[in-house]
Design a protein around this ligand. Structure first.
Ligand SMILES: Cc1cc2nc3c(=O)[nH]c(=O)nc-3n(C[C@H](O)[C@H](O)[C@H](O)COP(=O)(O)OP(=O)(O)OC[C@H]3O[C@@H](n4cnc5c(N)ncnc54)[C@H](O)[C@@H]3O)c2cc1C
Length: 381
């Protein structure tokens, strides 16, 4: 087995890095995870957990967190800005087809459970990678704190703004989607038919999504189209920008403390021609950064981690393992990024395009269902 006696360094203790360390542990292989932040860190807020995420967590033996902390959502609902229902999908039917419904979970819960199951000392915080020598015989990581680590294999799990990707492929650029995602968490429940749903509201140039998650909290995010260089909105500005959305939407923003609302300009990446080179391999957002319009970013990161560990365990050598991993994952992960971008554009369509979208959704909801659920995995049974 190729993995035996290999020294594996993972850069980044986010979803993919922690999951990979856990998946390697199941193969009896230890690894080290080097995280830039001084403590284990998460972006906060909630994550939608689709059925394909659940399956990876089951493989890792970590799905109890979903039972204990997750909130099962009963429907997915998409509304026009006027409040007109455009699309509804029972999650009971999704569970019948794909084994699980959508769940809402605090991002922190996912990070905690992924980290807690690793042997002590696996994660080294305060290690920001700033340099990389990617040689034929080894990879050498240089950290801002002056330390250097030699590895047989270096895994870049350092997220959307991956420093490893920049060093390896300096010509690659993130592509701004033109949206800023405002995000918040509130103790207020969405109420009514939104209370047990994953809900999206599609308005011209703006969208709003919300769902309930751990501890009775509601997570929401609102991507707003903003020209480059436009100042970020404060809470009052966001409320003004969303003023034509239904009262339930405005109520959730209103109920969120102003200093708890964060803003993140969204970017994704065009498909990379290769995900590995010599002794370095990319996973998660480092390989296929996505806009959060489909609820698949963390899911695809988890799938990468499981696939890479399996290929490393099963393949006779590094070349076959890394090539097998890329071949297994790149089609699906790149398609998820492209679909997320298209979904974002559809959601914020204006004018005639918006009218055509609403008509198409009401005439052919099956088309939308197939696109949304394309990444949930093969039907069960
Ligand atoms: C607003 C928003 C909502 C989202 N909602 C969902 C959702 O509902 N469902 C879903 O599946 N996905 C969602 N996503 C996407 C998801 O968060 C990401 O796709 C996922 O976190 C990617 O995992 P990752 O491990 O690749 O990167 P990350 O989780 O971002 O982890 C990267 C880690 O690397 C560390 N790091 C960075 N640079 C360095 C360095 N130089 N040296 C060492 N460490 C470094 C970072 O500190 C971080 O800990 C959302 C994203 C956003 C922005």
């Amino acid at each position: 087995m190729y993995l035996q006696h290999q020294n594996i360094a993972i850069i980044g203790a986010g979803v993919s890095g922690l999951a990979l360390a856990g998946a390697l542990k199941l193969q009896g292989v230890s690894s080290r995870v080097y995280e830039a932040s001084d403590q284990l860190w998460s972006l906060g807020g909630g994550l939608i957990i689709p059925p394909n995420s659940v399956r990876v967590l089951e493989q890792l033996g970590l799905d109890t967190v979903l039972k204990v902390r997750g909130v099962e959502l009963h429907d997915m609902r998409i509304y026009d800005v006027s409040g007109r229902l455009l699309y509804a999908r029972s999650q009971g039917e999704v569970a019948q087809r794909h084994g699980h419904p959508l769940l809402g979970l605090a991002r922190e819960d996912l990070h905690r459970v992924l980290a807690e199951h690793l042997p002590e000392g696996t994660v080294q915080t305060g290690h920001r990678l700033t340099g990389l020598d990617n040689e034929f015989h080894e990879a050498v990581a240089h950290f801002q704190n002056g330390q250097t680590v030699h590895a047989d294999l270096l895994v870049a799990a350092d997220g959307r703004d991956s420093q490893v990707r920049t060093l390896l492929y300096p010509e690659t650029r993130l592509v701004p989607t033109g949206d800023v995602a405002y995000r918040g968490v509130t103790a207020q429940r969405p109420g009514g038919e939104l209370d047990q749903a994953f809900s999206e509201f599609w308005g011209p140039g703006r969208r709003f999504t919300c769902f309930r998650m751990s501890d009775g909290l509601t997570s929401w995010h609102a991507p707003v189209r903003q020209g480059a260089g436009t100042p970020l909105l404060d809470k009052a500005g966001l409320l003004h920008a969303m003023r034509d959305f239904p009262p339930a939407v405005l109520g959730l923003i209103e109920a969120t403390d102003a200093d708890q609302i964060t803003a993140l300009p969204l970017q994704d990446i065009s498909p990379l021609p290769e995900w590995w080179n010599r002794r370095t391999v990319l996973i998660g957002d480092a390989a296929h950064a996505t806009s959060p319009n489909l609820g698949q970013g963390a899911a695809q990161a988890l799938e990468d981690a499981a696939a890479l560990a399996q290929h490393l365990a099963a393949a006779p050598d590094r070349y076959s393992a890394l090539e097998g991993y890329q071949q297994q994952r790149e089609g699906t992960a790149n398609a998820a990024t492209a679909t997320a971008r298209a979904f974002g554009e559809l959601g914020r369509a204006r004018g005639v395009a918006r009218f055509a979208r609403n008509l198409a959704l009401s005439l052919n909801p099956e088309l939308a269902r197939r696109r949304i659920e394309a990444f949930y995995g093969d039907p069960v049974g």
